[in-house]
Design a protein around this ligand. Structure first.
Ligand SMILES: [Zn+2]
Ligand SMILES: [Zn+2]
Length: 169
């Protein structure tokens, strides 16, 4: 938990002093990082910081994985996350965007809270270890991805059942 070094803390003061239109790219390749309540692995991507008349515009693209539990088989796995966002750090309150971010005097911007927020937004409501995860057997609880317990649990769709009776002579 004691990750002292925060790679999302960027010194962008020099970009603010450049002419409008100037931009600079920051690349990320971080093996592991704890962002408050979110543990991220294999973070890769970039932030493009551009000087605009209103402030510094950040265009961020990041990929990472985070430990999760499959809703079907309950096994732990690494959930892939992708986020892509644009935020403006305004030079004055008048120029502030919806997010209400202000460019700090120090020229140091910490993207970590935004990254955490956007990564949580990218986290699925029902995480699955695989699209075709076969889940647990409702009869004996066996993980059907790893063993075939022999229970047949193929249930017939009730709508199809009705159709069948209708089609019967
Ligand atoms: Zn699963
Ligand atoms: Zn079973």
């Amino acid at each position: 938990m004691a990750h002292r070094h925060n790679p999302f803390r960027l010194n962008v003061g020099f970009v603010a002093h450049e002419q409008v239109g100037y931009s600079r790219e920051f690349l990320f390749d971080i093996p592991t990082l704890q962002l408050d309540d979110l543990l991220l692995h294999q973070i890769r991507g970039q932030a493009v910081v551009s000087r605009t008349p209103q402030g510094l515009l950040f265009r961020v693209y990041l990929e990472a994985t985070t430990p999760a539990e499959c809703v079907r088989c309950l096994e732990p796995f690494e959930q892939a996350l992708v986020t892509d966002f644009t935020e403006l750090y305004a030079f004055s309150r008048k120029q502030m965007g919806e997010s209400g971010l202000l460019y700090p005097e120090s020229g140091i911007i910490d993207l970590a809270p935004l990254v955490r927020e956007y990564m949580w937004l990218a986290f699925p409501i029902k995480p699955l270890c695989a699209e075709d995860c076969r889940g647990l057997c409702p009869v004996c609880g066996a993980n059907r991805n790893v063993e075939d317990c022999g229970h047949t649990t193929e249930s017939i769709d009730p709508r199809l059942e009705i159709l069948k009776t209708l089609l019967e002579p």
